[in-house]
Design a protein around this ligand. Structure first.
Ligand code: MN
Length: 194
């Protein structure tokens, strides 16, 4: 991933009513653009100039360069896995098998994931990742945290920074997470498996 704004692969109204056009405008086109602008400036003249966002996440020490790289990767990862609302979407194929093997069932996975998302204190991200043994794990990361940094293969993420949901849900983080299941593109998530 280069340090730039990727084109959003759907219209800014596509996620309504789960996520409003206004949230997409602020969250994608203003917050993400801010991180892209900041990192572009910060890497100039450093060893990270010309590096991919992923390499910066793996190599940079804690601090502004890592924080902005993490926020770029995490936001692009989040928005690219979403699509128009559906009522019957569920994982299939190998992803479904791995979810069942790791959590018992899709419903149990959603429950554990929602519990992690609502209990994360402050700003951060909740992830579904694949560990080195191929098992799926749910992890909570504060601020710009990203599982690439600990050698996991990220599959799915929910942004629980307040800016992700405050326009549409105010302080109701649990309602935001519950709504998100309707707009996850599970084919995209399954395509991230190694
Ligand atoms: Mn965000």
């Amino acid at each position: 991933m280069k340090i730039q704004m990727p084109e959003l692969p759907y219209a800014d109204t596509r996620l309504e009513p789960v996520i409003s056009r206004e949230t997409v405008e602020y969250h994608y086109f203003k917050h993400l653009q801010g991180y892209v602008n900041a990192l572009s400036m910060l890497v100039q003249g450093t060893e990270f100039e010309g590096n991919s966002v992923e390499d910066i996440i793996k190599k940079a020490p804690d601090g502004p360069i890592f924080n902005n790289a993490g926020q770029i990767f995490n936001h692009v990862f989040y928005f690219m896995q979403l699509s128009r609302p559906h009522d019957d979407g569920a994982p299939s194929g190998r992803l479904a098998e791995l979810i069942n093997a790791s959590f018992g069932s899709f419903d149990e996975f959603k429950q554990q994931f929602a519990q992690a998302a609502t209990s994360l204190f402050g700003s951060g991200w909740v992830w579904l990742s694949q560990d080195k043994g191929g098992k799926l794990v749910i992890t909570k990361e504060s601020n710009a945290g990203c599982p690439l940094r600990s050698g996991l293969n990220p599959l799915f993420v929910v942004d629980v920074w307040e800016h992700a949901y405050y326009i549409d849900y105010r302080n109701r983080r649990a309602d935001y997470v519950a709504g998100l299941w309707r707009i996850v593109n599970w084919e995209t998530v399954g395509g991230r498996l190694k």
